[in-house]
Write a protein of this length. Sequence first.
Length: 261
Amino acid sequence: MAYDRSVRRVDKDGHLFVDKCTLSSAIISEYYGWEIPDGGNLGFTRDRLYRLYRDENALKAAASSLNGKPILMDHTAITAENHPHQKVVGSVGSDVRFENPHLVGSLSFWAPEAIEAIQSGRMRSVSAGYRYRALRVAGSHNGERYDGIMTSIHFNHLALVETPRVPDAVIGDSLPSMDKKTMPDSIENLLSERLTFLKNPSNVSADDFNRTWLPKLDAALTAEPSESSGAMDGYLPHNRQGNTGKLSGVLAPLARIRVLG
């Protein structure tokens, strides 16, 4: 069984590319009345939380408006006349499309501060900035009630954040490199990732961290390089029957290290 190809890769220039990421979703999210455009005239109380449904058809129609938009280190409205160059760290690809209920697309990151934040797990999510028109129409979606609907969506930018309103908007983790020459570095990077989490767990629970981190550590510790290929297809997961790699009997128990929180 071959590993699935990672959605995250770094090229020879150190730039980070993400093949597919959830950018927004047709779900219900909470907003304060002051965040809603023209909220006062629509009857939304300024300091009260309201549940708004990001309309599926409006999101689908807005997909192309996100193509090529800048990625920023924080939410800032951006135009050609007002372009904060120091905050622009990458770009959305030209392949944004709607895959119900998600808006998905590729990303590229150029700035070292953004790449470090993503690779360390410090900022692992994205959040879209956009204009929209709110309708004060109550209803329900998939059994959840909402107080209003977002329509006429037009995207302005994408921002790196620690916690997005759209829970699935997380930049996919890559598998550790299984190249024989870089395997020790991969283990070192994984241990560094664990230490970073312990120092700054943000809003990620220890259980969630373990679910993604332990399989990567398992793979790095138990992989055996193929004699004929340096590609991922040349490596076997440790739990497959048969030859499990030269390290499996010695180091595999280390993969049961858990992050307590």
